[in-house]
Design a protein around this ligand. Structure first.
Ligand code: HEC
Length: 305
């Protein structure tokens, strides 16, 4: 059963400069990100065992150690209360739990606690690093989904405003998340058009900044393969066959496809594309195929090494 707060995951990309030491601790050159975008990772936070161990767990898709990694990040946040990276990773660890719960973690109480944990630590990270305009890509959808779950329009609107703020600063990363907040609407609903527009706009944005980590596998091992599945799925749901096929095929032809855990999922998308489209097109929503944004592997598609 999908959790009530089924938060679709949030993605984004990049970090740039304007802080004294932009992208410290990252292999990515700050100049690859848009002007005015900058992470505030410090050597102390990057070298802390809690941040490294969390990232290693994400890359290993080791959901069984996630609760321990969250506890370690909480202790690190007490020790280093003003570090963006610690709060960001803590918020994203909660988001991972929300988006990809283990059996027994999909009850309402756990999901709500994860939602609040994600919201609070992502918001704190953005406060600590107002130039990390990736953060709206995660915080915006958390607020939108939380607002929808409790029927609070003001929170939904707050989430959409955060998303728009992020898109203004860092389109190639944050537009992806606009897809996520509209992807679950019926394909004929006017709102679904927003998801499709976000796909097209995101592709256009990356065409302008091809070296940005939002658009490459520079810091996330299978960002391009994973993104191809998400974007292709959005187009397939709308019946836009040729465009979906082009995205799936491009993802399957990338250099890093050979080392990707999810090759079979993408190959099946290509082989069964007409059947996938037909299931979305018929009158019965109950037989719609699963899409990337509601898959338990939604984070792992990009992050698993
Ligand atoms: C479509 C691919 C994709 C998906 C799906 C995705 N991410 Fe990411 N993620 C990225 C990219 C790209 C970045 C930004 C890397 C950068 O800025 O250098 C990122 C950044 C991160 C970071 C920060 C990494 C760092 O070293 O600073 C974490 C943690 C993270 N994502 C967790 C998650 C979680 C949890 C999920 C699922 C809820 C998820 N991601 C889903 C692509 C993805």
């Amino acid at each position: 059963m999908r959790p009530v707060l089924a938060f679709v995951l949030v993605v984004g990309c990049g970090g740039g400069s304007s802080t004294p030491d932009p992208d410290a601790g990252s292999a990515v050159d700050a100049s690859d990100r848009p002007a005015g975008v900058g992470l505030c990772y410090s050597d102390a936070a990057a070298a802390h065992p809690a941040t490294g161990a969390f990232l290693a767990a994400l890359r290993a898709e080791a959901r069984e150690v996630r609760v321990d990694r969250i506890a370690a990040l909480e202790a690190a946040a007490d020790e280093l209360p003003d570090e963006e990276q610690v709060h960001l990773f803590l918020g994203l660890a909660h988001l991972w739990r929300l988006a990809a719960p283990l059996p027994g973690e999909d009850d309402l109480a756990t999901q709500a606690a994860s939602g609040f944990g994600a919201r609070d630590h992502l918001a704190r990270a953005y406060e600590l690093c107002p130039t990390d305009h990736r953060i709206p890509a995660w915080l915006g959808p958390v607020l939108v989904q939380m607002g929808r779950a409790i029927g609070d329009d003001a929170t939904v609107q707050q989430g959409l405003d955060v998303l728009d703020q992020g898109i203004a600063h860092y389109p190639s990363f944050v537009l992806f998340s606009k897809l996520l907040v509209y992807a679950d609407y019926p394909r004929d609903a006017p709102e679904y058009q927003n998801a499709l527009d976000a796909v097209v706009d995101d592709i256009d944005a990356c065409a302008l900044t091809p070296a940005d980590p939002a658009c490459t596998n520079a810091t996330v091992p299978h960002n391009r393969e994973g993104a191809g599945v998400f974007l292709g799925d959005a187009l397939a749901k709308a019946g836009r066959r040729d465009e979906a096929l082009a995205l799936y095929t491009e993802a399957a032809e990338g250099a890093d496809f050979a080392t990707w855990t999810y090759q079979a999922d993408l190959n099946a998308r290509i082989a069964d594309l007409d059947a996938r489209i037909a299931l979305f097109a018929n009158a019965d929503p109950d037989d719609d195929p699963a899409s990337a944004w509601n898959a338990i592997t939604q984070c792992a598609l990009c992050h698993q090494q």
